[in-house]
Design a binder for this molecule. Sequence first.
Ligand code: SF4
Ligand code: SF4
Length: 725
Amino acid sequence: MGIQSTAQWTSWLGTGRSLFLWIHVLGIGCFGYIVAKRLTPLLRAQRDPRFDYPLARLGKVLKYWLGQWKHPRYRVAGTLHILIFAGFIVLAVRAFSVLIVGVSQNFVMPGLSGRAGPIYNIITDYAATVVFLCMVFAVVRRLVFKPARYAVPARYGKAHTADAIFLLALIAILMVADSLFAAAKAAAQAQQSQPVEALAVFSLPWILRAVLASVSLPALGKFYFDGYLLHEVTFYFLLCYRPFGIQFHVETSLFNVYFAKLDREILKPVRWGISDEHLDQVKSFGVKTFEDFTWKHVLDFYSCADCGRCSDNCPANAVGRPLSPRFIGVKARDYAFQHYPMFGHAGNGKALISNVYSEDEIWSCTTCGACEEECPLLVEHIDKIVDLRRGMIDDGHVPQSLQKPLKALESRGNPYGKMEKKKADWTKAKDFPQTCNVQILNGNTDVDTLYFVDSITSFDDRMQAIGRATAKILDHIGETFGILGAAEKDSGHEVRRFGEETLFMALRDHNLEAIKASGVRRIVTADPHAYNALKHDYKDVPPVEHISQVICREVKAGKIRFNPVENKDGVYAYHDPCYLGRHNQIYDDPRDVLDAIPGLKRVEMARSRDRSFCCGGGGLMMFYEPKEDQRMGVMRVQMAAEAGANVIVTACPFCMVNIEDAIKVAGMEGKMTAIDLAELVDQQMNRGMKARAAEVCCHPEHSDGSEVPRGSETTADSLSLRSAE
Ligand code: SF4
Ligand code: SF4
């Protein structure tokens, strides 16, 4: 007689079939109840329309969830996660069919009854083995190697290490139970000279079968049944336990990725579904209590895997500011679990600021986007931080140092409180008007391009040089352009990220009117913050370009050519401004321009492109003195030095302020310099080319458009330009 099937098994408890049926009903019932409870805060949260573009969303699921796209950015943890995830996907069908076998002994998953069955079993044997080994490795890693990013500083609460280890152990037990069940059955079949179910060589079931080979048949029957029972109980326990901790992401991550923002660069409005014109009807702005978050934000909290990658890349965290994006989510999730309990009354509407988050924590963010870029589950941090700021502003909690610039923005349209009529003073610098005529647009001037200067370049003495360099470049390439002068107010980019939506709207509306009145067909700016505002925060403006895009195009078209660099000892490193790189994916154009300058030696910093390290200038940070151990700019300058650079090139006036300041603070004057891309281009431009460029220029003021380019070099691409020198 062979071993009994799990369904046939009998004892004083009844039959196996009835026992497992009860386990199923209990397990599914408990899970359903827990999930319903976990859904309560989502149902009470604010609306967020994320049900559009199903195909684009499915594409995200395929790339980021199924394809695990971001995981390899951390090689060890990423590989581990990919292996575990792949194992789970493979084992999902098996888990389902194993569960049914308890109540229906001959059940075979449709499609697995023929030859596919043994092949699938072999694959699942290996999958279970890989997942088991990954669990062992993950436990050892957490206990012995302890990656720094998993540590929990005391101010953020307790570490979840015990919880993580417990869950890893449960998954390992599940794999062992599944393998024991299969191994005992195969060993019994062998002892009875029956056809033996094939087990994958060197897999966990294969090893267990070898161990059980000499065990008696009745004992094998017990191993078979106990293995199955352990599998069932562990499976349902895991299912019901996961929603109480970080492993809840196993259930929620698919939905979190599906509902992730499709246009991450666009900031969340104050209230979804309420237009700007009707904002005065909104009683309370931003997030003040947990219930002010949107349902997607709550889903983010549930989906965070606590992997620490966001905080590992957060510059605010790196310099010791009281902000770690990981804990923005973890603390909110803990709050949700506490205030939306499994039994009893839900929600208490407590203020989040000072109960869950500190004011400094929320003001410390530069909105650089490094956290969002890194998160494998596409958790959104910036919208939540800005919403929390909106709430604080609404309650009148404005940091002291920011009150003056905000008042100045309100009254004068710039944070420095300068007179509007001085806005174009940068064009009056000594000798500049003789080399470049910058028109002030008044609606009667027929020009193609508006150069949107923005406050920092207009009023900061040092940054005005960037404005003049930009104007000279536009002039050199034959662009008809002008500025708004006194009619231009601050773009409001920082104001919006600071949470002052009403002031932002006033600035935006004023600028929109001025831009419309100017009649321009396109806009160019050298300020990535203005670029981001015009491109994503404003509506119905002519196409916008950053000057680095314009330069790159003109270099490739042969309209800009460069003299070789004179500084032969110069080693240049390009610093990606957050609002040009991460927020707008302009990484290559500035680099292509640098690489087109003959003799320029360029190195990459370890943290560059989408992992660039913020200089510390975003989100009105220029006017805010956060608590920190050191400046972000200083860290950035040190990174450039480590890469072997002695010149930092950037393409943003905010970066320039911070980096030049940091060079002084770090005591690296004389060893390190900083220059804006526009300044470098202006400095290196071969002005002898201007006449020839005009001949090939299509602009009606410079050419009739029928000229044949003189000289093949004018159409060479940037790389051949460089190599030709
Ligand atoms: S946006 Fe930047 S500063 Fe803000 S939390 Fe994310 S990584 Fe940190
Ligand atoms: S938010 Fe994303 S990156 Fe940060 S800890 Fe959670 S899962 Fe990891």
